[in-house]
Ligand binder design. Structure first.
Ligand code: ATP
Ligand code: MG
Length: 297
C-alpha cells in the first residue's frame, strides 16, 4: 500500500532521511516509533505530499484514499452526525446525486448505495462517536458547540468512518481519555486497510499493530509485532552486533600482534604480508545503540 524507496530528506539544517526504504503490506497496522524530533511527523508530511523529498520515491496506489488527523474539525453549524456522514465522500456524493438524477441513472445509484451499505451509515457513525465519548444527544448538536478537544475527536471519528486505504494518526491518544484510548485500540486492531500510527501509548503499540517501523539514523527499519516484540528484537540485534564486533576486535588484535612480531623476519615476511591484507579486509561492524527509542508513558 505504501512503498518508500531510497528516501532522502534534509531540512532545517539537518538530515532526516538518508536512503530510507520500506514497503508496508496491505492490510497492515504499523506503528511509527523513534526518539523525539527524529522525524516521525515529518514522514507523515512527506507521505501526504506537504513536503517534497530531496530524492527517492514515496508511492501509494493512484486510486488509494489517504486520511490524516492533524487538526480539529472546524466549528461549523452542521450537526455532529451530518459532519461524520459527509466524511464518506462517495456516499455523500451518491445521496446528493439521487436528488437530481435522471430515472435511468437511479438504478445504478441505488445499487452502489446498497453495495457500500449506505443504510447502516448513520448507525456505524454513531457507534464510532459513542466509542470516542460522544452521547446520543450530541449527534444532533452543531459542531460549533464543541470545544477544540472534542472537535479533534470528531476529526478522528470522521477519518475512521471514511475508512481510507491509508490512515495516518499522529499521537491520537493525546486528545482521548482512557476509555476513548481503549476503544481506539480495539478499533485499530480490526481496521480493514493500512494504518500508520505514531503513539507513545505502549498498550496501543502492543495491542493494535502488526508491525513496528523504527525511524533511526536516517533509515526506516520494519519489525514484525508490537512494541515489546520490537524492543526484544532490537536488543537481540544489538547484542549480536556487539558480539560480532568483539570477535572482530580480538581477531584484529591477534593479526596485528603477528604482523608486529614478524614483519622484520625474512622467513615470516610472506605470512605477515597476508595478515596485513586480512586486516585491511576487516570491515568495522557498526553498533547502533540508541539509549531510548520512544519515551513511553
Ligand atoms: N516547519 C519547520 N521549520 C523548522 N523546523 C522544523 C519544522 N518542522 C519540523 N521541524 C524540526 O524538525 C524536528 C523533527 O520534527 P518531527 O516533528 O518530524 O519529529 P517527531 O519525530 O515527530 O518528534 P516528536 O516525537 O517530538 O513528535 C523538530 O525538532 C523540529 O525542530
Ligand atoms: Mg511528532
Amino acid at each position: 500500500m505504501l512503498q518508500i524507496d531510497s528516501l532522502v530528506f534534509n531540512a532545517w539544517g539537518r538530515q532526516f532521511f538518508n536512503r530510507a526504504s520500506v514497503s508496508l503490506p496491505n492490510p497492515s497496522k504499523v506503528s511509527l516509533v523513534g526518539r523525539n524530533g527524529v522525524g516521525k511527523s515529518t514522514l507523515f508530511k512527506l507521505i501526504k505530499g506537504e513536503l517534497q523529498p530531496d530524492s527517492g520515491e514515496i508511492s501509494i496506489p493512484k486510486a488509494a484514499r489517504i486520511a490524516a488527523v492533524d487538526q480539529e474539525h472546524p466549528a461549523t453549524d452542521v450537526t455532529l452526525l451530518e459532519t461524520i456522514l459527509a466524511a464518506d465522500l462517495e456516499r455523500a456524493t451518491l445521496m446528493a446525486e439521487l436528488e437530481t438524477a435522471e430515472p435511468e441513472r437511479m438504478g445504478d445509484i441505488w445499487m452502489r448505495l446498497i453495495e457500500i451499505d449506505a443504510d447502516s451509515a448513520p448507525s456505524r457513525a454513531a457507534e464510532i462517536l459513542n466509542g470516542l465519548g460522544f452521547s446520543t444527544e450530541d449527534l444532533d448538536r452543531p459542531m460549533a458547540e464543541f470545544s477544540g478537544g472534542w472537535r479533534m475527536r470528531v476529526a478522528l471519528a470522521a477519518a475512521l468512518f471514511s475508512e481510507p486505504d491509508l490512515l495516518l494518526l499522529d499521537e491520537p491518544t493525546n486528545y482521548l481519555d482512557l476509555e476513548g484510548a481503549l476503544w481506539l485500540e480495539a478499533r485499530l486492531e480490526r481496521y480493514p486497510h493500512c494504518a500508520l500510527i505514531i503513539s507513545h501509548d505502549r498498550e496501543l503499540l502492543n495491542n493494535s499493530v502488526d508491525f513496528t517501523l523504527h525511524v533511526t539514523e536516517g533509515k526506516l527499519e520494519l519489525y514484525t509485532g508490537g512494541y515489546d516484540s520490537f524492543e526484544h528484537q532490537r536488543a537481540e540485534k544489538i547484542r549480536l552486533q556487539s558480539a560480532t564486533r568483539a570477535k572482530q576486535d580480538a581477531e584484529r588484535a591477534h593479526l596485528q600482534s603477528f604482523v608486529d612480531r614478524f614483519k622484520a623476519s625474512a622467513a615470516k615476511a610472506a605470512q605477515a604480508q597476508s595478515r596485513v591484507k586480512r586486516l585491511a579486509k576487516l570491515t568495522p561492524i557498526e553498533t547502533t545503540i540508541e539509549a531510548q527509542v520512544s519515551p513511553l508513558v
